[in-house]
Design a protein around this ligand. Structure first.
Ligand SMILES: *Cc1c(COP(=O)(O)O)cnc(C)c1O
Length: 387
């Protein structure tokens, strides 16, 4: 071959493997095109096989590394990564349900998931029904029920569900069990030991840890089910960025330590709130009297630093809004899992089974000093006059 122009040399890929370099950092392998050494290997490469690389959308080594670690954390066989926690929920529903199938959703489910399920019901003939997560014995499973959804605890109203009881009933009727276990974060609840088939995580939360990445995962106990989800994932073209995966890979080694330290801080703050005259009830699964607390004690080994409070019924939303506006360290905003503490007032008027008379505010405890957070709550709550 004739001598190549430097411009051709510049665009050709360099051979880097085999160089004498090793570090502790995970590297970011980005790709759209994956190149093949010859035509035969191009023709033989199988996109369904996750141990092979075919195209950027189907995964690069960085993406595989994060998938393997997440499957390891939860004790699952396979993992699929999606651009958000909500996308992980949507893909699970889309991949598993056909028209005429029923999906059972708990009344405490993450609200955007209801909208997706309602869309599937109205556009694709999915049969949608709700159940009370605190009454597993009331569960009615029809012969067309394909999927039972569980969110434990509910990420706003904090009911802890009896996963093993629910899974036993579902399996008896041949239905699959998917658990949105974002609160437990792969740390505090062994979802597969308790009977789940599918574990959903919003990695956006503790696994990312810095309020700057959106991602979701679906981990399955069974390889075949994982393969089915992988194929649906590829068909929908829902890839994730290796750069984002690397941000999560950087956070994973210390997310359990953060989770545990924040758990301790949040319990201290929730206890302080439970003794405040403006607060009627603290909804924290580790607190006696919180819905499903006995199940939490039986099944969980820890708690997220996310809990809710119910204000005294005579305190109006306007008064609560003034109180929340007075917060200085707690910031106002959705999502959670980062360093900064957050507060969100939730309008529970859409929940038909909301059992409380007072208004609900959800708190996320971040990494600030707990005493500073208590002082912040104390000054903000002083704006609320309690009779
Ligand atoms: C945040 C969250 C989701 C959605 O995750 P995103 O990455 O924000 O789309 C789903 N379920 C639960 C329980 C969550 O807390």
């Amino acid at each position: 071959m004739s001598k190549k122009s430097i411009w051709s040399q510049l665009v050709q890929p360099e051979k880097t493997s085999g160089e004498n370099f090793q570090s502790l950092a995970s590297s970011v392998e980005r790709a759209s095109t994956v190149i093949f050494p010859d035509v035969k290997s191009l023709r033989n490469r199988n996109w369904r096989d996750k141990s092979q690389y075919t195209y950027g959308l189907l995964g690069t080594p960085t993406i595989r590394r994060l998938e393997r670690k997440l499957a390891l954390i939860e004790g699952g066989e396979s993992c699929v990564l999606l651009p958000s926690g909500l996308a992980a929920i949507s893909l699970t529903l889309l991949a598993l349900l056909r028209s005429g199938d029923r999906v059972l959703l708990p009344t405490n489910i993450y609200e955007p998931a209801i909208e997706m399920a309602q869309f599937l019901a109205s556009s694709y003939g999915i049969d949608l029904a709700f159940y009370d997560p605190l009454q597993p014995h009331m569960l009615e499973i029809s012969s067309n029920t394909r999927l039972l959804w569980v969110e434990t605890p509910g990420s706003v109203s904090m009911e802890v569900a009896d996963l093993s009881a629910l899974a036993a009933i579902a399996h008896e009727h041949g239905a699959l069990v998917a658990v949105d276990a974002t609160w437990a974060a792969g740390i505090a609840l062994p979802v597969f030991e308790l009977g789940a088939d599918i574990s959903i995580q919003a990695l956006t939360k503790y696994q990312s840890g810095a309020s700057d990445v959106m991602m979701g995962s679906i981990v399955t106990r069974d390889m075949m089910l994982g393969q089915h989800l992988h194929e649906a994932h590829v068909r929908l073209g829902m890839g994730v960025s290796p750069e984002d995966c690397n941000l999560i890979l950087r956070s994973l080694p210390h997310y359990k330590l953060r989770y545990e330290a924040q758990d301790i801080a949040a319990r201290r703050i929730a206890l302080w709130l439970s003794e405040h005259p403006a607060i009627a009830q603290v909804l924290h699964p580790a607190f006696p009297g919180s819905p499903g607390h006995e199940i939490w004690r039986r099944d969980f080994s820890g708690a997220a630093s996310l809990f809710s409070v119910i204000f005294q019924p005579e305190i109006s939303q306007a008064q609560i809004d003034v109180c929340l506006d007075a917060l200085q360290l707690f910031r106002l905003g959705y999502s959670w899992g980062g360093s900064v503490s957050l507060a969100v007032p939730f309008d529970m008027s859409r929940r038909i089974d909301y059992p409380y008379r007072g208004k609900l505010v959800r708190f996320y405890v971040g990494l600030e000093e707990p005493q500073d957070l208590i002082n912040d709550l104390n000054q903000a709550l002083s704006t609320v006059r309690v009779r």
